[in-house]
Design a protein around this ligand. Sequence first.
Ligand code: NAP
Length: 260
Amino acid sequence: MDLGIKDKKAIVCAASKGLGRAFAMALAKNGVDLVINSRTASELEATAAEIRAATGRSVTAIACDITTPEGRAKVLAACPNPDILVNNAGGPPRGDFRDWNEADWAKAVNGNMITPIMLIKSVVVGMIARMCGRIVNITSGSVKSAIPELGMSNGARAGLTGFVGGLARQVARHNVTINGHLTGPFLTDRLRSGRVEAAKKAGLPIDEFLTQAFKNSPAGRPGDPLEFGEACAFLCAASSGFIVGQNLLLDGGAFNSTMG
Ligand code: NAP
């Protein structure tokens, strides 16, 4: 399927690994030039080189913390007028709400709510003027079905989802869409790192443990980041302008609801 986005420009945040990387690769395969970001320069440069080699597209790597105003300014300076913005960042830690203080909450809300909102604010006016924009927020299935030990993630991401639910309806007539990807379990470092202790207890290598853990889920397995990237790219298609303010759950059927 031709997504009709050849030669468009995208910012993909937090993209050296995992879901951001998969999203970036899928966009580049569809002819999009990229500015990608993450904090660890060596890993980011390696990913940029891989995407360039695989797709022949321009990939500019900006190593910085996207959750800071300085980091966002660097990324925006490298791509002031993106056609596509992919918001992503590391997720808040698991834990017990009794252990989280105000600073912990501020960090979670900054990373997973304020940061994407600030980036949207920076690019959306230009997108409206150019009548062309696709914004995708990588969030979590926890927005739809709260995960108790990920309380800060549940809260911060639901806040973002609420805000963009309104904004998406204010900008849609200008061919600017804002949608969310509600991420279920995908085989990335983030998923692995959260289950290392459980795998040790079970006496299994981590990937074997995860294979077992998701055997009884509807899909019978965790997701492949490649699948995530392809689904995300679809939301950025030229013909996806009528998909407005939606939150697409990619969880292999784990959330059981006949509708909605
Ligand atoms: P991952 O494999 O750990 O990759 C995270 C990426 O984000 C890395 O490139 C990392 O590079 C970058 N990053 C983290 N913090 C950053 C920051 N402050 N500024 C810039 N880059 C940053 O994680 P993932 O699985 O792709 O997860 C992506 C998002 O989806 C997270 O918010 C996660 O909570 C959420 N999610 C994932 C799953 C899943 O199953 N994988 C499920 C639900 C939700 P550096 O560390 O070098 O910066």
